[in-house]
Design a protein around this ligand. Structure first.
Ligand code: FCB
Length: 481
């Protein structure tokens, strides 16, 4: 057994098992990082380091300058949908404070600024006549980024569908593709000269499952009758969006982003292994495989995939779910352990929470596991047809405390160090990783969790809008300098 000595700890290393001060530790990147601190220069000079926000979570100004309502504006007003009855009406007021906030992103050392365009600012009714003031706002944000030397990466859809379109069926409507294509075309005509980096959808699995199957996110719909058409329209829209950008914008760098979570069976029982496999199909394969031209995943005996394939026969032009993206965005927030559970419809699996398994978790209850992140990056990169990979979001919520103007969020710093070490390992092994974008610049409206779940590098006091850079923000600045 090798023994590595540092001033503070003694660390014995044997394969994947680490022992620190006689405590066995399985999270190897944590230890790797203690011994061998990850440096930004290890990733190369052209690596894209960035920070991310999203329109609905940050902008506020929900009824200003002609903006229409989105599904989240409406959903948040229904009782019991959002913790603490919070709503996104004002959020961080990025609409008014974008100049200061972009300066913050720059001051923390980031090169890339990823943000999303609110469809309802551009087209208040989702279709119809574009809103000049909405168009102008994103010109201002883009120009400010360029002025500051921040490279804009723009997401076209980060979950804020115009409410007027939801009335007509939203993501379940066969017209969705038309509506979305028009929105994308307008954005390309408007901004395509200035912005070359585009992300078509943010986590289609996230918004279709939480919004159309489980009712936990806007628009709050339930069941397979909603979920199946939403899946299909999202898969089609994602590829169609890519095609529109390709045809309208010269030298575009086009991607889309997928959530992913490694799924482990709770035991080695056959039933648990099968349950994990079903969950894996849903969480990790459902969207990337049709995008790569492999069609929807299928598993004998899994009624959900039977139904998906049954519908697929009736759906037209399914070959158009494929698009040759320049990069794939990966967003990995947790690893999952599941066991067989006959009561749960279709999936027949349920989570064994990280808390009950006594593994490290964030304040969201999400399992922290950098090794698992490393494996997911490798797995997505191994698909035929995946070119570049960008970690298009990564970050964590911890219970921050603001004391005398300081947020000493050591857990978040450690989280980034561990995950970046894991990423570096994948990169050094040959994975074509081009960038890492941290979620998120500042605390914001965290969907159904409201304002309580703080993921920011900058603390926001939502009463006064005062911004305070957390120690994790300072850590990034040092890391990137
Ligand atoms: C991702 C979302 C992002 C944020 C983080 C915590 O799934 O894309 O908007 O909510 O989770």
């Amino acid at each position: 057994m090798d023994t590595i000595k540092t001033p503070l700890i003694t660390c014995k290393m044997k394969e994947e098992l680490f022992v620190i001060n006689n405590i066995p530790y399985f999270h190897s990147f944590f230890v790797y990082n203690l011994i061998n601190k990850v440096k930004s220069s290890d990733f190369g000079n052209d690596f894209l380091w960035g920070v991310v926000i999203a329109a609905q979570q940050n902008e506020g100004a929900f009824n200003v300058d002609g903006r229409g309502l989105s599904i989240w504006d409406v959903f948040a007003r229904k009782q019991g949908k959002i913790k603490n009855s919070d709503n996104p009406s004002h959020a961080c007021e990025f609409y008014y404070r974008y100049k200061d906030d972009l300066l913050l992103a720059k001051a923390l050392g980031f090169k890339v600024f990823r943000f999303s365009i609110s469809w309802t600012r551009i087209l208040p009714e989702g279709i119809g006549r574009p809103n000049k003031q909405g168009l102008a706002f994103y010109h201002k944000v883009i120009d400010e980024c360029l002025e500051l030397g921040l490279i804009p990466f723009i997401t076209l859809y980060h979950w804020d569908l115009p409410f007027e379109l939801e009335k007509e069926g939203g993501w379940t409507s066969h017209l969705l593709l038309k509506w979305f294509s028009r929105f994308v075309t307008i954005c390309m005509h408007e901004y395509g000269d200035k912005v070359k980096n585009w992300i078509v959808l943010n986590e289609p699995m996230g918004f279709t499952s939480l919004g159309y199957m489980l009712g936990k996110h806007a628009p709050g719909r339930f069941g397979l009758d909603n979920f199946l058409p939403a899946i299909h329209n999202a898969a089609m829209a994602q590829a169609e969006g890519g095609r529109i950008i390709r045809s309208e914008v010269s030298n575009a760098y086009i991607g889309t982003s997928f959530s992913c979570s490694e799924v482990m069976p709770y035991s080695d029982k056959d039933a648990d292994i099968k349950a994990a496999n079903r969950m894996d199909i849903l969480l990790n394969r459902l969207y990337i495989e049709p995008t790569l031209g492999m069609g929807y995943p299928f598993e004998e005996g899994f009624a959900f995939t039977d139904k998906l394939h049954f519908h697929n026969k009736a759906w037209k032009y399914t070959e158009r779910m494929k698009f040759d993206f320049d990069f794939i965005g990966i967003q990995n927030y947790f690893a999952l352990t599941v066991k067989h559970n006959a009561i749960i419809p279709y999936i027949q699996a349920s989570e064994v929470s990280a808390k009950t398994r006594k593994v490290p978790i964030t304040a969201m209850g999400w399992e922290i596991n950098a090794d698992s992140f490393y494996r997911m990056v490798k797995r997505f990169a191994a698909y035929d047809g995946v070119k570049d990979i960008i970690i298009s979001e990564g970050g964590a919520y911890f219970k921050d405390q603001l004391i005398n103007g300081v947020v000493d969020d050591q857990e978040r710093i450690k989280y980034f160090q561990d995950y970046l070490s894991a990423l570096l390992k994948a990169k050094q092994e040959g994975v074509n990783i081009k960038g890492y974008l941290a979620w998120t610049l500042m605390d914001n409206f965290e969907w159904a969790e409201g304002y309580k779940a703080r993921f920011g590098l900058v603390h926001v006091d939502f009463k006064t809008q005062l911004r305070t850079i957390k120690n994790s923000g300072y850590w990034w600045r040092k890391f990137l300098s």
